[in-house]
Design a protein around this ligand. Structure first.
Ligand SMILES: NC(=O)c1ccc[n+]([C@@H]2O[C@H](COP(=O)([O-])OP(=O)(O)OC[C@H]3O[C@@H](n4cnc5c(N)ncnc54)[C@H](O)[C@@H]3O)[C@@H](O)[C@H]2O)c1
Length: 339
């Protein structure tokens, strides 16, 4: 049986994780890549030993191409997604879906109009410890939720920003530590706690000469009545494992770097699973593996086969972008923002 043909647009750091994950799929294979920069295209062609295009129109005509992974700079996700969807390809785009809501909405709409699936990489949604927490919350084990916190107190070396000049820029990244790094844990927080009704935030650029923020804090009111805190940074040496804290009337669970390090639920015993198979990028962005990307690709392939929505579709991914947009607005205007 023909394997599903994958292509990757954007040939930087995360593209390698996509290539590694695709290699482990039974029913998918990487058949082409694309970088708009001819020099980067040439170097990807020798590194990945795969046909690599510098023209996206030619890339999209590559025989057997079914799914396009968009691994470009975050502010370039829109163009690649629209062209791929209009060429009838399913799209898996890296987080964040895009850097503003209008562009994200047009991507969702265009994929829908073309009858193709849109998935957005939030690989931590597939982490086993996280899925267990989600199950417990859904079953009501923690009771009514009181508070949910996401602390992403990370560090990046100065070369992180100099080697990918789009990172930390407003046009390429849409901001800094919230939209690029914090968004993974913010996505999980929203998935567990539900919608946010209002946010007050302050973000700053304290350490690096970048346009976006490298440190910030936000206070949230969730629609279910719970409160929440978020911190996000790339300036806090040496960087600490990100924490997701969930407190209910009946107990609490804490995940650190995806591992369930604390679970204290009244009247409920469970041996501590700590199954997360991935590293965390709290000090080194490349310390993550590709196993959770692989899980997300498997879900996406099933979604295509069964004609259902992937677990993280465009609407799901839009939620974290909407909150982060509110965080930036609150900080800019010095007021509470209602979502
Ligand atoms: N899921 C994760 O854990 C994870 C980790 C890292 C990055 N990402 C996401 O992957 C995407 C790429 O990040 P990366 O770290 O691979 O970046 P990178 O800079 O290493 O690579 C980005 C690629 O985008 C293209 N590009 C760079 N600048 C461009 C520009 N100005 N115009 C057009 N194209 C340009 C190039 O092909 C480049 O190779 C981003 O959206 C980022 O948020 C996700």
């Amino acid at each position: 049986m023909k394997k599903t043909g994958f292509g990757i647009i954007g040939t930087g750091a995360i593209a390698g994780k996509h290539a590694d994950a695709i290699k482990e799929l039974d029913n998918g294979e990487l058949i082409a890549m694309c970088s708009s920069n001819p020099e980067r295209a040439r170097s990807a062609s020798s590194k990945f030993e795969i046909k690599t295009y510098s023209d996206i129109t030619d890339f999209l005509k590559h025989p057997g191409l079914d799914i396009v992974c968009v691994c470009t700079a975050s502010g370039k996700h829109y163009e690649a997604t629209i062209q791929a969807a209009n060429a009838g390809k399913h799209v898996i785009v890296e987080k964040p879906i895009e850097i503003n809501l209008d562009r994200a909405d047009k991507m969702i709409q265009t994929c829908w109009e073309n009858g193709v699936k849109l998935g957005v990489i939030f690989q931590n949604r597939f982490n086993e410890d996280y899925l267990l927490l989600k199950k417990w919350v859904k079953e009501g084990l923690l009771g009514d939720l009181l508070m949910g916190n996401a602390y992403v107190n990370w560090f990046r070396s100065p070369t992180y920003y100099s080697e990918s000049p789009w990172k930390g820029t407003l046009s390429g990244d849409g901001g800094g530590a919230f939209i690029n790094q914090g968004i993974h844990t913010i996505d999980l927080l929203l998935d567990i706690m539900g919608e946010v009704s209002s946010v007050y935030a302050q973000v700053r650029t304290a350490l690096y000469a970048i346009e976006g923020e490298d440190i910030g804090a936000a206070v949230l009111n969730f629609r279910n009545g719970a409160l929440g805190n978020i911190t996000a940074s790339t300036a806090l040496f040496p960087g600490y494992p990100e924490r997701l804290e969930v407190y209910g009337k009946n107990g609490s669970v804490i995940l650190e770097a995806g591992k369930m390090t604390h679970q204290n639920i009244q009247g409920f015993e469970h041996s501590n699973p700590q199954k997360n198979i991935e590293g965390s990028g709290f000090s080194d962005p490349m310390a993550i593996g590709h196993q959770l990307h692989l899980e997300q690709f498997r879900d996406f392939l099933e979604a295509v086969k069964d004609d259902r929505e992937p677990l993280v579709n465009g609407q799901e991914a839009r939620k974290s972008l909407e909150l982060i947009t509110g965080i930036y607005e609150s900080s800019r205007e010095g007021r509470v923002v209602f979502l």
